[in-house]
Design a binder for this molecule. Structure first.
Ligand code: 39S
Ligand code: MET
Ligand code: ZN
Length: 792
């Protein structure tokens, strides 16, 4: 009997050359039929299964593929598409993309969005898409199931079984994967206000029989294993959710399919013994983020059950230190009598495909990395090292040399960066004067009207901009011509903003491929890939930069663009930088020092940029931090420490501003209510914040909390081409005024406009400016009324 098996929880799906993105966007444009799209999916799946088999894995994983999102696949599998879509006899794939992208006439389009979440509920006849939200602490967005007390489930899609049949027909040993019932319900939202415990009470008994049918069918098909993912076991769960696991898994076990319960991203802690005693055939745990629990798990898990250890990091791109991994595994192997499954910590969805086409990476750095395919190879080496050490010796030696080289590399360390951090003055993260004093100075300098209008930074990234950049990369357009093209875009953006009557202008970010990658490309200590795409949602991808060494800023990054934009106009142009926490969160971060230390280094680099911007005559600088909330640890315990360091990093970047330089920040993921004190502690002079998802409910929280500084609640959703009218925005602003003093209020959209087109952008901003003018008129009338009353 074999002792060591290897598998992975999941593989990326967008395609090594983004084939799925291309196919999807062609399908949505009507250039590819459903059948052709299905073919493209089949080709990708066949390729990824072959890759898993060729790498020596014992099972291929089936069910990790999705045309848009795997949670959405489960919505169709369980037959719980929301009634509000009013589906009749549309084909499954048509319904699927309607759930994901909405239906014209209202709402938003999820593939046009920048921040990827819900806008205003439809004001007209169409159907807004399902809300998107972050998958745990990743930059991947899933579609949120909409349930209510009356939801019924039924086995409604054969897609999973078809894919299993496809893999079996190709001769693979199959491990199917499903999101578990508790995690599925946890990720859903109640649309009828049913409290979560009640939703669990009512819906779990209805959902379990459908899981039973799915499992029975998979078993009948002949899958070797069913992986059932319950990552919520890594959260601080309310007691009723913990108890529900016992009942649920007792029932699921009746189907007779061998279940591998999979957890990831977070330690099990108080759920450890629960996870170990559930009636399943095996347990997968995250051996990277919860390495300290491995021995306990090995102890608690009955020996007849399979233990799968995710020892290779699925969330980062560093080559595994195989000696360290083997040392970690040794006591586990001993306790398990040599029987073990080896795996990546989580699905490889969160890392790029392969290093192979990365010809521009420095060879030394490249030898330190492992993307998805290289991680599969690492699993094979680990297995060999345990089973037949002699056969693995050469591979281990290569790996060992790379790890040693990385550890010893002088290029990773920059003494100047460390010295600068070490001798920072005690007040480096503190603005010179309190907000009340700064605001007076800024008021005099900027001379803005009440309810000043502005935007969040980006204007449409038109096909012309993207193709100029692509041409420049190919060498078909020289640097000077590219720069001239971007300057023309900036001038265009400035002129349009002037014509619209906005008060604080932006340069529009035409020159940026992405708000993080762009800075990564120009900071020392960062590397960037040519093809290291990771799915963010639907067809949208990002190329996270790699932070491999101490970070510094060799030269100013945004200053010339900002200076040019300011030279075109008498109105203030807001400088635009990405904050240290967001740059950290949306990059692959070095694992040889605490993340907070890397954040501090980035903060100093951005501090220099902020300083250079103010020296260049830029009076307002925005430091974007949309990922501050996303980086919050999944468990309560480490949250306070994270928030402390995150706030400090932001303040390090911002505090270089003179009193009369106005610092803005921007955040666009809701659920800020629990971190308001920390948002206030950022001490930005102005925060522009996404509010449309919560229809200004967030504002009540800001109002109750008495948020001390200025605030621009987004008055319209940018995820849709729909143009909101003046009245709608006025209603939101009046509502905002009722909870926030008028002197503190700014007027702006929810987020940047890079994924929008110019026509709807201009129309919406025109209405927004009119709404602000109306607010000013009302304010003036009130003041006039007061004067008259006093005179009488
Ligand atoms: N890093 C990051 N994370 C984020 C966000 C964000 O803005 N950045 N926003 C939130 C939502 N996530 C998003 C993620 C991606 C995109 C997005 O638009 N991505 C683009 C790629 C953006 C990019 O890097 N563009 C490059 C490369 C563009 C490209 O693909 N060019 C073509 C060629 C085009 C041509 O020839 O015309 C090619 O290389 O094949 C550029 O502009 O230079 C896409 O997938 O389409 C939007 C939102 C949360 N997380
Ligand atoms: C995801 S937040 C985006 C902020 C950025 N300044 C923009 O306007 O695009
Ligand atoms: Zn935003």
């Amino acid at each position: 009997m074999k002792n060591i098996y290897t598998h992975i929880p999941g593989y990326p799906r967008i395609g090594a050359r983004r084939e799925l993105k291309t196919a999807l966007e062609r399908h949505w444009r009507g250039e590819l039929t459903s059948a052709e799209l299905e073919d493209a999916g089949r080709v990708l799946r066949a390729r990824q299964w072959a890759r898993q088999r060729d790498a020596g894995l014992d099972f291929v994983t089936v069910g990790d593929f999705a045309f848009y999102d795997h949670v959405a696949n489960h919505i169709q599998l369980f037959g719980c598409e929301p009634a509000r879509f009013g589906f009749q006899d549309e084909a499954a794939l048509v319904r699927y993309f309607t759930l994901a992208r909405g239906r014209a006439g209202a709402g938003r389009d999820n593939d046009g969005g920048c921040c990827g979440h819900e806008g205003h509920p439809g004001h007209d006849s169409g159907s807004p898409a399902l809300e998107m939200t972050k998958w745990f602490d990743t930059n991947y967005h899933y579609l949120v199931p909409e349930l209510d007390a009356g939801t019924q489930f039924e086995l409604a899609s054969s897609r999973l079984f078809d894919e299993v049949a496809e893999a079996l027909a190709l001769g693979h040993a199959v491990k199917a994967t499903l999101i578990g019932p508790l995690t599925f319900l946890w990720l859903a939202k109640a649309t009828d206000g049913t409290p979560r415990p009640d939703l669990l009470d009512r819906l779990l008994p209805r959902l379990l029989p459908v899981y039973g049918q799915v499992l029975a069918r998979l078993k009948e098909q002949g899958v070797a294993w069913v992986q059932i993912e319950e990552p919520i076991l890594g959260l601080d769960l309310p007691q009723e959710w913990r108890s529900a696991f016992d009942t649920a898994y007792w029932q699921l076990n009746q189907a007779g399919a061998p279940l591998l319960l999979a957890t990831y991203f977070s330690p099990l802690e108080e759920n450890l013994s629960l996870a170990c005693r559930l009636p399943v055939a095996g347990l997968h745990v995250d051996g990277v983020r919860a390495a300290h629990e491995l021995v306990s798990v090995a102890d608690w898990l009955p020996v007849h059950k399979v233990l799968s250890v995710g020892i290779v990091d699925g969330r980062n791109i560093w080559r595994t230190d195989l000696d360290a991994a083997l040392a970690t595994l040794a006591p586990v192997l001993e306790k398990r009598n040599g029987q073990l499954w080896l795996s990546t910590s989580c699905s490889l969805l969160h890392v790029p495909y392969t290093l192979q086409p990365e010809t521009a990476l420095a060879p030394e750095l490249k030898s330190w990395l492992a993307f998805a395919d290289e991680k599969l190879d690492e699993l094979a080496v680990l297995r060999a090292a345990i089973e037949r050490p002699a056969a693995a010796a050469e591979a281990l030696a290569i790996s060992r040399a790379a790890i040693a080289a990385r550890r010893a590399s002088p290029r990773v360390h920059d003494a100047a960066v460390r010295a600068r951090l070490a001798r920072l003055p005690a007040d480096a993260a503190q603005r010179k004067s309190p907000f009340a004093e700064r605001r007076l100075l800024q008021g005099v300098k900027l001379d803005l009207p009440p309810f000043p209008t502005t935007t969040i930074g980006s204007f449409p990234q038109t096909p012309a901009i993207r193709s100029a950049r692509a041409a420049c990369k190919r060498g078909a357009l020289d640097g000077a011509a590219y720069e001239a093209a971007m300057r023309a875009e900036i001038e265009h953006a400035i002129r349009r903003q002037e014509a619209l009557g906005l008060d604080v202008l932006v340069h529009g970010e035409a020159e940026r491929n992405d708000m993080v990658e762009y800075f990564g490309e120009q900071l020392a200590g960062f590397a960037f890939t040519q093809n290291g795409w990771v799915q963010s949602y639907g067809s949208r991808c990002v190329k996270p930069p790699v932070i491999w060494g101490d970070v510094s800023r060799p030269a100013p990054i945004t200053v010339e663009w900002a200076r040019y934009a300011q030279s075109l106009t008498a109105l203030p142009v807001k400088g635009m930088v990405t904050g240290p926490v967001t740059i950290l969160q949306w990059s692959f971060v070095r694992d040889d020092q605490p993340r907070a230390d890397t954040a501090d280094q980035i903060a100093l680099a951005m501090r220099d940029e902020v300083d250079d911007l103010q020296q260049a005559g830029i009076a307002i600088v925005q430091i974007d931090e949309p990922a501050l909330r996303e980086g919050l640890p999944l468990r309560q315990g480490p949250r306070a420490g994270y928030l402390d360091r995150a706030v400090r990093a932001f303040r390090l970047a911002a505090a270089v501003a003179r009193d009369d330089t106005q610092i803005h920040t921007h955040m666009c993921y809701a659920e800020f209510n629990d971190i308001l004190p920390q948002i206030a502690a950022l001490d930005a002079d102005v925060i522009t914040i996404e509010t449309s998802r919560s229809a200004m409910a967030l504002l009540d929280a800001f109002g109750n909390f008495r948020y001390p500084n200025d605030i621009g609640p987004g008055v319209y959703d940018i995820h849709s081409p729909r143009v909101p009218d003046r009245g709608e925005m006025l209603a939101l602003l009046r509502r905002a005024r009722s909870v926030i003093p008028p002197g503190q209020l700014w007027v702006n959209p929810d987020c940047g406009l890079k994924t929008r087109g110019w026509p709807e952008t201009e129309a919406a901003l025109r209405n927004m400016v009119e709404a602000a003018r109306q607010m000013r008129a009302e304010l003036a009338a009130e003041a006039h009324g007061r004067d008259n009353a006093e005179a009488a």
